[in-house]
Design a protein around this ligand. Structure first.
Ligand code: BES
Ligand code: MN
Ligand code: ZN
Length: 508
């Protein structure tokens, strides 16, 4: 095979340290202390304290101008009462207690870290608010803090404008250190996904993704096999090879395995779409926005993050993480509309649109993984623009052939705030993919009817008898405007969701 360049992954800084601190609030050595408060319902008269402060801090209310801070959700108020304390106080509104969910605490953790950065304080104290479950609360705050500490600046040469907050100290009398450890494993894995994903296509080549998998596997004790182009030819992975045909870079198929030889634990697989750049191929995309197709590898990179988190959390499961990676490019050798290929499972596919390439590389990968007979397969893919039309950017599309699996993923979405919405897979949609000249065609409709569903129905043809769920993450893979804990750029959404879902499945 031709010489394959193996570029070194460009890694940024993405893990902040979060500790528990059992001191009383007023003893903190940090320059910034963040406190979250609930709003008291029902428009209290201004004379009454319209907020609920933590017990030991009720006297704080005297420093707050009530017309400027009511504790509405997301509201921020800063005061620097040097006479009373040595630190700056950031108050963060959680809104009314009845509307509370844990994501408010993720936002609180993120806001605290962002404020500390703006105040050039390398560490920040965050007071654990009085909510029912201290561990869950601490986990959410720590996740928000760590996620907010990541900035996609590794390609900027002047980093001085970006102050790094190195530590967050969560002040709590209850022991929450295990929860903080969990948060660190999860949020650091999510940042790792964001960081790899920020590499554009000239750096994040299929070879680089394979190298990232090798590096991770070595570090975390996973088994890792990388199938190169020649192997894929021998294995008759013609769907992956077809998509790769127009590219100057060879493809890879990566199979990682955690707890490979454990027999007495539940066995699952995650599969990701790894298109390092999606130009559309011969069915080329318009120029506007094409640069965003560097994120078309998100599914693959997310499987790396899931493998990292699962192995760091030492979950009692066996897990395969698999992805195929290639560019989708036009050229004289590229696959053409109308081409018919035979996939790894023997089904023939009519390639009517070369821009529907994700389902092709997933077809071979899913069929290969299904041979191992895991108890469930979950795939993640930036599969269709149509899912953005259906669900916008707040929920990923969920498709499944199994109600229990779908339920576990839905509930995981609500718990992690990486939300999903289940879409149908009725047989009428399956029919739409029937080929005219081959078994199946890679677009269900010329005009794009039910585009996300027919894409999912296509994938379903390659999972055999396995229980399977597909997450169409095309709408949530990147953030276009920063929010309280995620910056503009790759979101890393999917890691916390899938790990949480795997935990739910394994508990049953
Ligand atoms: N990678 C795209 C889907 C996508 C679109 C992701 C926008 C993120 C943002 C996928 O490969 C694709 O091109 N899908 C086509 C399918 C069509 C040709 C049936 C699409 O959605 O237009
Ligand atoms: Mn495409
Ligand atoms: Zn694509």
């Amino acid at each position: 095979m031709a010489h394959c360049p193996r570029p070194i992954a460009n890694y940024g800084v993405y893990s902040m340290q979060v500790n528990q601190n059992k001191i009383s609030i007023k003893e903190t050595k940090d320059e910034v202390i963040a406190i979250a408060v609930f709003q008291v319902p029902g428009g209290q008269p201004p004379s009454a304290t319209p907020l609920k402060y933590p017990k030991e801090f009720e006297d704080l209310s005297q420093y707050v101008r009530k017309e400027e801070f009511e504790g509405k959700s997301g509201q921020v108020y800063v005061f620097n009462s040097i006479t009373a304390f040595k630190f700056k106080v950031l108050l963060y509104g959680l809104g009314e207690e009845k509307d509370f969910n844990l994501d408010y605490l993720r936002r609180f953790g993120g806001t605290a870290v962002r404020y500390a950065a703006s105040a050039k304080s390398a560490s920040v104290s965050i007071v654990l608010p009085n909510v029912k479950n201290a561990s869950e609360a601490a986990q959410s705050i720590a996740e928000g803090a760590i996620l907010a500490s990541y900035k996609p600046i590794k390609f900027k040469t002047k980093k001085d404008d970006y102050f790094e907050v190195k530590t967050a100290n969560i002040i709590s009398q209850e022991n929450v250190s295990d929860a903080i450890k969990r948060a660190s494993a999860l949020a650091t894995a999510q940042n790792y996904v964001r960081d790899i994903n920020e590499n554009p296509a000239n750096i994040a080549t299929p070879q680089m993704l394979a190298q990232s998998a090798r590096d991770l596997s070595k570090q975390n004790g996973l088994a890792c096999t990388v199938f190169e182009k020649d192997d894929l030819k021998k294995m008759k992975m013609n769907a992956i090879l077809g998509v790769n045909q127009g590219s100057a870079l060879p493809p890879v198929l990566v199979i990682m395995e955690y707890n490979k030889d454990k027999k007495d634990v539940p066995f699952y697989a995650v599969v990701g779409k790894g298109i390092t750049f999606d130009s559309g191929g011969i069915s080329i995309k318009p120029a506007k926005g094409m640069q965003e197709m560097k994120y078309d590898k998100t599914g693959a990179v997310t499987t790396l993050g899931i493998m990292r988190a699962v192995s760091e959390l030492k979950l009692p499961i066996r897990l395969i993480g698999a992805f195929a990676a290639t560019e989708n490019m036009p050229s004289g050798t590229a696959q053409k509309p109308g081409d018919i290929i035979t996939a790894y499972n023997g089904k023939t596919i009519e390639v009517l649109n070369t821009d529907a390439e994700g389902r092709l590389i997933l077809a071979d990968t899913l069929a290969y993984v299904a041979e191992r007979k895991p108890q469930a397969i979950i795939d993640l893919a930036t599969l269709t623009g149509a899912i953005i039309i259906s669900l916008g950017r707040y929920r990923a599309g969920l498709f499944s052939n199994d109600d229990n699996l779908a339920k576990a993923i839905f509930e995981a979405g609500e718990a992690t705030f990486e939300r999903v919405w289940r879409m149908p897979l009725d047989k009428e949609y399956v029919e739409m993919d029937k080929g005219d000249f081959a078994d199946i065609k890679n677009i269900g409709s010329e005009v794009g009817d039910a585009g996300s569903i027919t894409a999912a129905a296509f994938l379903q043809e390659f999972v055999g008898e396995c229980k399977w769920a597909h997450l169409d993450i095309a709408g949530v893979d990147m953030i276009s405007e920063k929010h309280s804990y995620l910056e503009k750029g790759a979101s890393g959404i999917g890691v916390r969701l899938v790990v949480n879902a795997l935990e739910r499945l394994a508990m049953k």
